[in-house]
Ligand binder design. Sequence first.
Ligand SMILES: Nc1nc2c(c(=O)[nH]1)N[C@H]1C(S)=C(S)[C@@H](COP(=O)(O)OP(=O)(O)OC[C@H]3O[C@@H](n4cnc5c(=O)[nH]c(N)nc54)[C@H](O)[C@@H]3O)O[C@H]1N2
Ligand SMILES: Nc1nc2c(c(=O)[nH]1)N[C@H]1C(S)=C(S)[C@@H](COP(=O)(O)OP(=O)(O)OC[C@H]3O[C@@H](n4cnc5c(=O)[nH]c(N)nc54)[C@H](O)[C@@H]3O)O[C@H]1N2
Ligand SMILES: [Mo]
Length: 759
Amino acid sequence: MAKDDTTIKYDGPAGGWGSLRGIARIAGQEGITPGAIATLLEQNKPGGFACVSCAWTKPAEHHPVEFCENGAKATLWELTGRKAGREVFARHSVTELRSFSDYQLEQLGRLTQPMRYHRASDRYVPCSWDEAFGEIGRELRKMDPKKTVFYTSGRASLETAYLWALFARAYGHNNLPDSSNMCHETTSVTLKKVIGSPVGTIVLDDFKHCDAIFFFGQNTGSNSPRFLHVLQAAVRRGCRIVTFNPVRERGLESMINPQEPTAMVSGHETALSCQYHQVKPGGDIAVLLGLCKHVLAADDVARTDGRSVVDRAFIAEHTTGFAEFEVHVRGLDWAEIETVSGLSRAAIEAAGSVYVEANSTIGIYGMGLTQHVHGFENIATYMNLLLMKGNIGRKGAGMSPVRGHSNVQGQRTVGIAEKPELVPLDRLAELYEFEPPRDKGMNTVETCEAILKGDVGAFIGLGGNFLRAIPEQKAMEEAWPRMRMTVQIATKLNRSHLVNGEIAYLLPCLGRSEMDTLTAKPQVVSMEDSLSCVHGSVGKRKPASRQLKSELEIVSRIAQATLPANPKMAWGAWARDTALVRNLIERTYPDQFRDFNARIFTPGGFYRGNAARERQWKTQSGKAEFVTPKMLSATGFESAPGRVSLITMRSNDQFNTTIYGYSDRLRGIEGKRNILLISPREIERHGLTVGETVTLVSDAGDGIDRRVSGLEVLPFDLPDDCVGGYYPELNPLVPLSHHDRQSKTPAYKSVPVRIERQS
Ligand SMILES: Nc1nc2c(c(=O)[nH]1)N[C@H]1C(S)=C(S)[C@@H](COP(=O)(O)OP(=O)(O)OC[C@H]3O[C@@H](n4cnc5c(=O)[nH]c(N)nc54)[C@H](O)[C@@H]3O)O[C@H]1N2
Ligand SMILES: Nc1nc2c(c(=O)[nH]1)N[C@H]1C(S)=C(S)[C@@H](COP(=O)(O)OP(=O)(O)OC[C@H]3O[C@@H](n4cnc5c(=O)[nH]c(N)nc54)[C@H](O)[C@@H]3O)O[C@H]1N2
Ligand SMILES: [Mo]
């Protein structure tokens, strides 16, 4: 696509001096002490603590500075000198705090003491921990467990997550929605179905052996910047990167490695993607089928002189469903593929040639594939492409979904799941002598549906910002106070803490960089990264307040206050010693967590293993499964006059609903978040003018009025028929029913909307 010079963009590289300036700005803003910088230098190193930002792996041979712009921001955010102490809550009513922006709320600083919501004065007032645990336990004992929900955001450690899930089951439910239900749930469901393993299949070493890396809808420069070093090394040895993304993300175009002094001084950039294709949102199934079509065509040609491109031996031995898929792909019409993807046949064939020529290919993807109505088909078709050339279970090849929160993958590994079949319930029953519930629990979307119906009595959030992250914000905020009890365990104040049930508690916890002072012994916690490696982490900073408790202790104490005594459940001891909990994890999952305590500081983490990597397929058929998608577009809606597809995106200056600032440096957007990104061609087509403010109205055809006003029109290089804007500001536009059909992951990456001019 031709570049249009009137659009807003950033021409510098990812990384480089800009990233260091980004860190310095946050350090200044948060009132950071020199000790915080020392803490940063320990980040992601053995004996140090694991970054609280993304889930990218921590290498065995680390750099002197093993953190990135966004990891540093996340740590400095946690180590801020600001405190949201009792005076803040005495000064501001909860209603007043609701008028603060997400940025202003978290800028108040760290929460310092447990608080209970006092309805008459509309204020949070300090309470004691004993009071809090006592009342929460009493309320839970009175309730039907099936009508309570225990949410987790993907930061809590393996130890806390394990106990959280055990508590839920001992209490009597599987209602364990997780942030991953809004994120890579599509991955968990699709990969489980097609290759029998719900997670990625590659290890770090594979990046040293691949010839091509394909990128679909993952924004490395902002969301997993340490991965850029790996990509840079791959490109330098001749590996080719091909990217499909509606937005030209700078991080995938070029970078300067802040670890390389000469490059920093000379400004020498490494170009990353050799091809960058601006696919329409939801156009990936069409692209992937086009790529498969090209592979078949290349194979036809190769076979005329006795060679082959398609790995038929692999397909015969290891897969099912190829014959049907092949017939389907051959029958597809290029014109349709071009219309749905917004790309020309020539462009798709050029990408296809890189794939055909590469011996070994790694497939990378992120939210651009998972957050669609047909996200399942996005990922299944991507896997088909890899399977056609046997690109799985061998060196330098495989699929790598890039996970979000630092321990989101691990939480699922140790039992956070609403689906009982994913958890070794018999083993739990045997170890703890209780009868775990066998009925399916609620995921995030189902939790929202139940809250809207008034069917939930209590919601306890272990981190996160549920009400801000979910779809259907307006109706959800209206229904939320009908719950009897809401409890939030958190480090900083956010919007979810300002909409309260009849009884509401806000319980402040330690951050990962902080020392757990419950016992004299420093407590180690652990996480699993995107590449299934498990790492230990030790917090060494003095806590933001003496009243903070570890998440492990908070969870254990609530469990203790709620459950009848069981000699097999030593909540009191577990709260004080994470090593004991690791023994429990090992006894529950002996294959994956063998010698857990002994291996916890393995450089680079210890690999938990993955059967699909060994070409063992734990699927229904016992083989890897080709899926024939019934549709070309993943959006789940038809085009209609005036309707455009909205992509909700993250800026470079936020971590999910935490807004660090207003500088989306890598996209050239500064100082604002209430924006509508739209191409100059579409600005003209919709009769808009640059800089005017407009309203976006949801166009789901269900009669519900969902709108967000005050959005400034900014010209941006995007495909036709789509617009972009920021998450979470635009979440009120997303209908709850707009989710992946199989996994119920909300379809945040193509929301049908209309643009209304404000008079
Ligand atoms: N700094 C920072 N780091 C983070 C986070 C953060 O908010 N800030 N969040 C963390 C979390 S929880 C997660 S899940 C990950 C998210 O990281 P990513 O998976 O990178 O998620 P997004 O940035 O939401 O979107 C990814 C890309 O998809 C593209 N895209 C949108 N629609 C489509 C489409 O239809 N097709 C294709 N091919 N591309 C599309 C967008 O332009 C964007 O570049 O990052 C984690 N890391
Ligand atoms: N429109 C749209 N919506 C989306 C997305 C999108 O791309 N578009 N992405 C989705 C995705 S991928 C995700 S993962 C979800 C994110 O949903 P969540 O995980 O629920 O949200 P976060 O913004 O990560 O949560 C931030 C809060 O976590 C708390 N916190 C931070 N650190 C800690 C800690 O160590 N312990 C505890 N207990 N609390 C802590 C702080 O109070 C902070 O305010 O949002 C989803 N929503
Ligand atoms: Mo996520």
